[in-house]
Design a protein around this ligand. Structure first.
Ligand SMILES: C[S@@+](CC[C@H](N)C(=O)[O-])C[C@H]1O[C@@H](n2cnc3c(N)ncnc32)[C@H](O)[C@@H]1O
Length: 317
């Protein structure tokens, strides 16, 4: 990929943009929406971590104006932001995060496409889905998809994005409660004819305690059929406890509790886990980004922000 540096000039925060977004802001853009939809967001009363779903939604809807080479053409996000009339300008002021989201969206899209090319009838799952919609890009015409998140988020999602395709499903899940794999009705075991599962978990696990993340990884490793994939985003443990300094997460009141100090930690939860791929957003900053990250690696222990693909059972990429 030809690296492109992100724009260096940031837009000033608009006077109308409030300093804090807790719960999620709803701006005055209701004129462009149907009158009931903006109220949905207000009525959802999202708590700190669930309210962070607006950050990636804003980036996918509007971020391509800053990073056109990473445009993800997310028609669903664009329509949702318009319908909700939400003030997403403050999210868009945080350009590094907009870049992170667009970069990871493209990487997840690529990972999903290659998985479903090999397994066109398999199932995809988005854990902590928020209002994201990967099935718009990954529908093979024969695969299945499950979007799952906390009840308050799925309630909002159900009203905004009702299930229309018989191969898709929505479910509530609390990933901090063991047994989620079975409760979601996901396939288990390695018997003949059991299809592997493609799982996305983006922008979620950094808000969990380290022991909770290990438990999620262990449950995936214990339950997932051979050949399954789990794509998740990671950041360095040096960011833990510093969400207040993060331009778009800080105002939500959410905190980062989990980060990676050594990439081996990702497979330590279970012997069945294999680290199949690791990617860093530093590639978007060209060689200066890659060199700087290499120099800082002994202190960071992991990418400042990156994506990993974990596999179970077969060890193949
Ligand atoms: C930053 S948002 C990311 C949303 C979505 N993955 C995306 O990229 O657009 C974080 C999401 O994690 C979800 N989440 C937080 N804790 C959770 C839990 N214990 N179980 C399931 N989802 C959770 C939140 O509700 C929220 O939708």
């Amino acid at each position: 990929m030809q690296p492109h540096p992100p724009p260096t000039r940031r837009r000033a925060r608009t006077p109308a943009a409030p300093a804090r977004r807790k719960p999620v802001d709803v701006g005055d853009g209701a004129a462009a929406s149907d009158s009931a939809t903006p109220c949905l967001l207000q009525r959802a009363h999202l708590q700190a971590v669930p309210s962070t779903l607006m950050i990636p939604l804003a980036a996918r809807a509007r971020g391509s104006r800053y990073f056109p080479w990473l445009a993800c053409d997310d028609a669903v996000a664009t329509s949702l932001v318009d319908r909700l009339g939400a003030d997403v300008e403050s999210c868009l002021d945080d350009l590094p995060t907009v870049l992170n989201v667009l970069w990871r969206t493209r990487a997840i899209k690529d990972a999903g496409r290659s998985f479903f090319l090999a397994h066109p009838q398999a199932r995809g799952v988005n854990l902590g889905c928020g209002l994201s919609h990967h099935f718009q890009w990954l529908d093979t015409g024969a695969n299945q998809w499950l979007d799952a998140d906390l009840p308050e988020v799925m309630d909002l999602r159900g009203q905004l994005l009702p299930v229309r395709c018989p191969r898709t499903r929505q479910a509530t899940v609390d990933l901090t409660q063991p047994g989620w794999w079975q409760r979601l009705g996901l396939p288990q075991g390695d018997g003949a004819g059991v299809q592997p599962v493609f799982i996305v978990c983006e922008g979620v696990l950094m808000y969990f305690q380290p022991a909770q993340v290990q438990a999620v990884l262990r449950e995936f490793a214990q339950c997932a059929p051979a050949g399954s994939r789990l794509v998740l985003d990671v950041m360095t443990y040096r960011a833990v406890g510093h969400a207040a300094q993060h331009a778009s997460v800080g105002p939500t009141g959410a905190e980062f509790h989990w980060g990676v100090g050594n990439m081996d930690e990702l497979t330590a939860a279970h012997p069945r886990l294999a680290l199949l791929r690791q990617q860093s957003v530093s590639e978007c900053y060209g060689w200066p980004g890659v060199v700087l990250e290499a120099l800082w690696w002994p202190w960071l222990g992991a990418p400042l922000y990156g994506l990993v693909t974990l596999g179970v059972g077969d060890g193949s990429p």
